[in-house]
Ligand binder design. Structure first.
Ligand code: C2E
Ligand code: MG
Ligand code: MG
Ligand code: MG
Length: 285
């Protein structure tokens, strides 16, 4: 009887495994076709300077319209793109689109996420340079966001890639800080310009004294090592105040704005750029 039970469990496991593999294959086919058909879009989320509230940068976030209703957000399809190798094409598409979209918004920098798999490609830094040259986008306005996993696994390649990108004038940000295992002191050797504190940590500031101490400490060490700090996942005015008090130089989150298509970003920016005009229009009304 025990044997039968074990066998059933095995069969169930195999069925689940098959199901998952089929899902992954379906998504992979979808991404391949979606790239060919131009289905992917890029949305932009404002990043504000904590001291002034000015929008100085935006983060480019890939979207797959029509596909995200289920559970198919970027967290899911990016993972499939990574395991299938399609991330190289998808990643360069996002970079190119972001640079094209923002080229004439001269006051804005753009942060583009880079997957570890892209970093592994020895041509990555050349491909980036090529896109910037083709689009005529100044490297000084580009930040690339990387997560720590790959860096730890392949430190030599990571150090070389980051150095090559920085020589081009591109800034490098460590994304999702607080979700990994490494100390800032260790990560320092990669030469990051900025650390982005993950929303899982930033979101607990105020409510959780330990999280608050961790954020302040991170800021202190990062600043001492000439790295700036951005907090993400800022959802309320209270959080914004606390994270600013903790020393974060830049803030990003739903409190300031969700990721939106380019047209909405332009509209939002033109509203804050002309406060006087908006105020006089209000008075006239
Ligand atoms: P990430 O780079 O850490 O991006 C931040 C995520 O937090 C985004 O989710 C953003 O929409 C979300 N977010 C921003 N503010 C708030 C907030 O106040 N509250 C909450 N709850 N969430 C907030 P999204 O767009 O679903 O992207 C998820 C992840 O997918 C990204 O995390 C990034 O790792 C990956 N990703 C997105 N676009 C790209 C891309 O073009 N290339 C690569 N390689 N990865 C991407
Ligand atoms: Mg990011
Ligand atoms: Mg992040
Ligand atoms: Mg993330």
């Amino acid at each position: 009887e025990a044997k039968l039970k074990g066998g059933n469990r095995m069969a169930q496991f195999e069925a689940e495994f098959d199901h998952e593999r089929n899902m992954r294959q379906t998504i992979e086919e979808g991404i391949r076709g979606g790239l060919d058909r131009g289905e992917f879009a890029v949305h932009y989320q404002p990043i504000v300077e904590a001291a002034t509230g000015r929008v100085g940068a935006v983060e480019a976030l890939v979207r797959w319209p029509g596909r995200e209703e289920g559970q198919l957000g970027p967290d899911v399809f990016i993972a499939v793109a990574e395991s299938s190798g399609l991330i190289h094409q998808l990643g360069l598409f996002v970079l190119r689109r972001a640079c094209e979209d923002l080229r004439d918004l001269h006051d804005l920098s753009v942060s583009v996420n880079v997957s570890p798999a892209q970093f592994r490609d020895p041509n990555f830094e050349y491909n980036v340079a090529e896109v910037l040259a083709e689009v005529d986008f100044p490297p000084s306005r580009l930040e690339l966001e990387v997560t720590e996993g790959y860096l730890i696994e392949h430190p030599d390649r990571a150090v070389a890639a980051i150095a090559a990108l920085k020589r081009q004038g591109i800034s490098i940000t460590l994304d999702d800080f607080g979700t990994g295992y490494s100390s800032i002191g260790y990560l320092r050797r990669y030469g990051f310009d900025r650390i982005k504190i993950d929303k899982s940590l930033a979101g607990r500031v105020g409510a959780d004294p330990q999280a608050t101490a961790l954020v302040s400490g991170t800021v202190a060490i990062a600043n001492a090592l000439a790295m700036a700090v951005t907090a993400e996942g800022v959802e309320t005015a209270d959080h914004a105040l606390l994270l600013r008090a903790a020393g974060c130089q830049k803030l990003q989150g739903y409190h300031f704005g969700r990721p939106v298509p380019l047209a909405d970003l332009r509209r939002a920016l033109s509203n804050v750029d002309r406060p006087a005009a908006a105020a006089s229009a209000d008075r006239a009304a």
